[in-house]
Design a protein around this ligand. Structure first.
Ligand code: ADP
Length: 475
């Protein structure tokens, strides 16, 4: 993965450098070309101007006498240009340097024709007898209405070439400096792009390995910064999901451990009893008690399975309530009656108080009964003496049921936990009081499904009061 970044870095550098080199090369070449032609053009124009001055000095007659010869020599020095004069036939008749070698030689006829027509000649001139490179121009010799021939001006190119060479050197140096400077800039730019990418790559690799706490710390607010933020958000989400998954795993394994525990206890006791019966260790008269206990255990296991099924359905929202407005009184009376015998065996009385006007309850009657049953069963189970009072009354738009007992009570520490599934305050309590630890979890879910509310208040040794609000209105 880091290789990708390296190659991005390389590709960036190569493409930038190519662009810069080509760009600077083209600009340099153009600059050199224009400077070059400007310099030569300027020099040519100067020579043409000087040629016209020479002509003005020797245009009186078509003869080059001693005096004109001196003038030519003088102008040669002042202009630093060699001067040749040729006649209408193209024959060189005089030179400023009294150079006998050139005198008598012919000038190309095309130049002669041009000059006779009164035009200047500047392009691609080549003359025999020139030992050093020269820039040459030809201007007509004579008057406006009478051209005698032409004047050739040669200016040594050495000085000019040196100057042009200097310009070329300067441009080359500037280009080299430009390339180096831009190479440094481009390297820095590429580095600022590839470095955060490497950082992102490293962090993303760690997240991929399961290290969800890893975050990318980038301050840039560009697209790379956005990418880092997105990856950070993704890591946060993964961290939360992972945490939630771990939590669910713990809940699930706790749940399974609880179920196993709840089933093992009755199964172990039944196994013990059955073994004793198999071994014929139990007298005929005592067997009934064994059968009774085993029967109780199967009832308990059945209840546990029923409760579990109920709770699972409730938690998966797999239960639909068939709600309608009902009179709660018959159900309350039925439940009171159901537990009265068990309570009276412990000398506990159950009172039902209804306060007028008793509102109706908007509920599923089967589930309503289940709620009252679970609460009342606990009240009877955990009360050894005294009384249990059920009060039904109106509270706003709700039917309020309070179930108050004078039982063992629940400590403050346990109060919040009793709604948890499988939670029992005293796990080692007597067989008589054994429960599934699921009753209140089911009640809570059912009340929530009714969009009602349930609270509990308790004092150790004094008793417990559960309050349940069930809507008495139709939504
Ligand atoms: P269980 O099947 O054990 O009764 P519940 O979920 O119905 O399970 O109740 C959870 C725990 O709350 C009980 O084990 C008990 O310790 C405590 N509890 C519930 N109701 C009462 C009550 N009326 N008085 C004292 N403790 C209670």
């Amino acid at each position: 993965m880091l290789g990708t970044n390296k190659s991005i870095f390389r590709r960036l550098i190569i493409s930038y450098m190519l662009t810069i080199v080509v760009g600077i090369g083209i600009v340099g070449a153009l600059m050199f070309y224009f400077a070059n032609s400007y310099i030569y053009k300027t020099k040519q124009e100067e020579l043409l101007r000087q040629g016209r001055t020479v002509n003005a000095n020797i245009q009186e007659t078509n003869i080059i006498n001693e005096e004109k010869q001196d003038t030519l020599q003088f102008l040669d020095h002042s202009f630093d240009a060699r001067l040749w004069v040729f006649n209408a036939d193209g024959k060189i008749i005089a030179t400023s340097t009294k150079d006998e070698v050139s005198i008598g030689k012919s000038v190309a006829s095309s130049i002669v024709e041009k000059v006779i027509r009164g035009e200047n000649a500047v392009n691609r001139l080549a003359f025999e007898g020139l030992t050093e490179p020269m820039l040459s121009v030809v201007v007509p010799w004579g008057k406006e209405d009478e051209v005698y021939g032409g004047i050739i001006l040669h200016s040594p190119l050495i000085g000019l070439n040196t100057f042009v060479g200097k310009i070329r050197e300067t441009i080359l140096w500037a280009a080299l400096f430009g390339i180096l400077f831009s190479a440094a800039m481009v390297s820095y730019l590429s580095w600022t792009i590839s470095r955060p990418l490497q950082q992102i790559d490293r962090a993303a690799a760690k997240v991929a390995m399961g290290n969800y706490v890893e975050r990318i710390h980038l301050k840039s607010e560009d697209e790379i910064g956005d990418l880092a933020n997105t990856i950070n958000m993704m890591a946060t989400k993964l961290e939360k999901t992972d945490f939630e998954r771990q939590r669910i795993d713990t809940i699930r394994s706790d749940f399974l451990a609880n179920i196993s525990h709840e089933l093992r206890t009755p199964l172990t006791s039944m196994q013990g009893f059955l073994e004793a019966l198999q071994d014929g260790l139990i007298e005929e008269e005592g067997r009934k008690r064994y059968y009774d206990v085993m029967y109780d255990e199967t009832i308990h296991m059945n209840r546990l399975v029923d409760d579990l099924m109920d709770l699972i359905k409730l938690e998966n929202k797999d239960i639909t309530l068939t709600k309608y407005l009902i009179d709660p009184l018959p159900i309350l009376e039925k439940e009171k009656f159901k537990f009265e015998r068990e309570a009276s065996e412990k000398n506990v009385s159950i009172n039902l108080i209804t306060k007028e006007p008793l509102p109706k309850a908007y509920t599923d009657p089967v589930r309503f009964e289940q709620i009252i049953n679970n609460i009342l069963k606990n009240a009877v189970k955990f009360t050894e003496e005294g009384e249990i009072t059920i009060v039904a009354e109106e509270d706003g738009q709700y039917l309020l049921l309070s179930v108050k007992d004078s039982g063992i009570g629940i400590s403050e520490l346990d109060l919040d936990l009793i709604w948890e599934r499988f939670y029992k305050v005293d796990r080692g309590r007597s067989r008589k009081n054994k429960g599934t630890g699921l009753g209140l979890a089911i009640v809570k879910k059912l009340v929530e499904l009714h969009e009602g509310k349930i609270t509990v208040e308790s004092q150790i040794g004094k008793g417990t009061t559960f309050k349940i609000w069930i809507p008495s209105f139709v939504e």
